[in-house]
Design a protein around this ligand. Structure first.
Ligand code: ARG
Length: 462
């Protein structure tokens, strides 16, 4: 049998394989609530404009509400033969209210319908993700506050470079996440225009009111070009791009959790609730949640690349290729949301080994830069020469297998006569971090000021 919705000119139905490749109901049923919302707004507008009768409008609305209840309770029968969520709902509407169902699709096409549904869905998801980012920022800010004075090694090339405070390290992620929140917020603002009423691609001759449906669905305005309205997917690309960048940030933190919770570093204690054991090695405590955040970032980035590649070859306006936009977006937005939840829970429960971190901060001659700076400031050496002298002192300490501040003054003066006892005041990790007090640096007081800044920001943007 040919398709009831579009099969007028067809003699027979599709091959089974055609049906399988063509159907999207397996994944786009997720859009049912948005589809019904869009149809309700469209029907109400058609009545107000005198395009359909109030009686038909009323039965359409009553039928759509019944369908929503059926889907919510699991009583609805999704059919692959009906391809997608739009035709599944419309076919059921016809069963419930009869011929009036056929009037709902006046001045509308599945092309503007799906574009509208998908925008509504992505808009909700962006808002939810924005809230979750704020939650994670709050968790990290509170931890940074508690650890404004906690000292750890700061790394470059994953080699100990200069001591930093753990609070400062955590706040670096808060800065990244605040920009992520901004990206989601901007994407939401830009995407909030309504495609509904663009019809198949050229617009419609029916006297519809697109401003009315746009307002009813919470859009700021109707989209200004019908061809753009049905075929633009940059809103989805932007959402994916924001998701990919945000996930990349979380993945870097996840990588640090993996490294620093391992016995080689022993900085972090993974909470029981966010780690797993091994079925064969009883001593193991594995950072699975962090590893999965790191890995899911791969598929989120993949979804962005995937949709870019789908879109880049498409002429205007709609092509069925666009049906492939949904699974990647659903999966990526679900994943970033799950990662945000897991990261928040894990970081909230994470405890740290202060002594281990402190000892590591002092290793690797991490205050060598402070020594060079002292030579510039107190002994008047040009920085390049100070760098060279410090290098000699590091080599001396290395030869004696001791820390820089364990060298005697006599030893130091043999290398550079201008060194005085006062040099020892900058060789401790505490003095090192305290001295980095210029704006944006790691000094504990600076960390506390930035914590206050973010706490205010979260209150104002909460
Ligand atoms: N299921 C389709 C999609 O997701 C709906 C639009 C179909 N339009 C069309 N002209 N075949 O893109």
């Amino acid at each position: 049998m040919s398709n009831r919705m579009w099969g007028g000119r067809f003699g027979g139905g599709p091959d089974d394989i055609m049906e399988e490749i063509n159907a999207s109901i397996g994944f786009d049923q997720r859009l049912f609530a948005q589809d019904i919302r869009g149809s309700l707004a469209h029907a109400e507008m058609l009545v107000k404009q005198g395009i359909i009768s109030p009686q038909d409008g009323a039965s359409i609305s009553q039928g759509l509400h019944q369908i929503e209840a059926e889907i919510n309770t699991g009583a609805f029968n999704f059919s692959r033969a009906l391809e997608d969520i739009h035709m599944n709902i419309e076919a059921r509407l016809a069963e419930i209210i009869g011929d009036a169902a056929g009037r709902l699709h006046t001045a509308r096409s599945r092309n503007d319908q799906v574009a509208t549904d998908f925008r509504l869905y992505v808009r909700d998801a962006l808002e939810h993700i924005g809230t979750q980012i704020h939650t994670l920022m709050g968790v990290l800010t509170a931890k940074a506050d508690a650890h404004a004075d906690t000292i750890m090694p700061g790394f470059t090339h994953l080699q100990p470079a200069q001591p930093v405070t753990f609070g400062h390290h955590l706040l670096a992620y808060v800065e990244m996440l605040s920009r992520d929140a901004g990206r989601f917020h901007d994407a939401r603002k830009r995407m909030n225009e309504s495609p509904l009423g663009a019809a198949a691609l050229a617009g419609t001759g029916f006297p519809i009111d697109r401003h009315m449906t746009a307002a009813a669905l919470g859009f700021d305005a109707p989209m200004g070009n019908s061809m753009d309205a049905v075929s633009a997917r940059d809103f989805a690309l932007e959402a994916l791009s924001a998701a990919a960048i945000c996930a990349t940030h979380m993945s870097r933190l996840a990588e640090e959790i993996v490294i620093f919770s391992g016995p080689a570093y022993g900085f972090f204690n993974l909470p029981d609730a966010y780690s797993t054991g091994s079925s064969i090695m009883p001593q193991k405590r594995n950072p699975d949640a962090a590893e999965l955040i790191r890995a899911k970032t791969g598929r989120i980035i993949g979804a962005l690349g995937g949709l870019m590649i789908v879109m880049k070859g498409l002429p205007l306006a709609y092509s069925k290729d666009m049906q492939e936009d949904k699974e990647g977006v659903f999966n990526a937005l679900d994943s970033v949301s799950l990662c945000l939840a897991a990261m928040s829970g894990m970081m909230e429960a994470l405890s740290i080994n202060k002594d281990t971190m402190h000892a590591a901060a002092g290793s690797g001659y991490s205050t060598a830069t402070d020594l060079a700076d002292w030579l510039v400031r107190e002994a008047g050496l040009p920085f390049r020469q100070a760098h060279h002298v410090t290098g000699q002192l590091v080599a001396l300490a290395e030869a004696k297998a001791c820390a820089l501040d364990a060298l005697s003054l006599a030893d130091m003066q043999e290398v550079e006569a201008a060194i005085t006892d006062n040099v020892f005041s900058v060789l401790s990790v505490e003095n090192s971090v305290a001295s980095r007090s210029a704006f944006g640096g790691t000094a504990p007081d600076g960390v506390r000021q930035r914590v206050a800044h973010w706490q205010n920001w979260l209150k104002e943007n909460g």
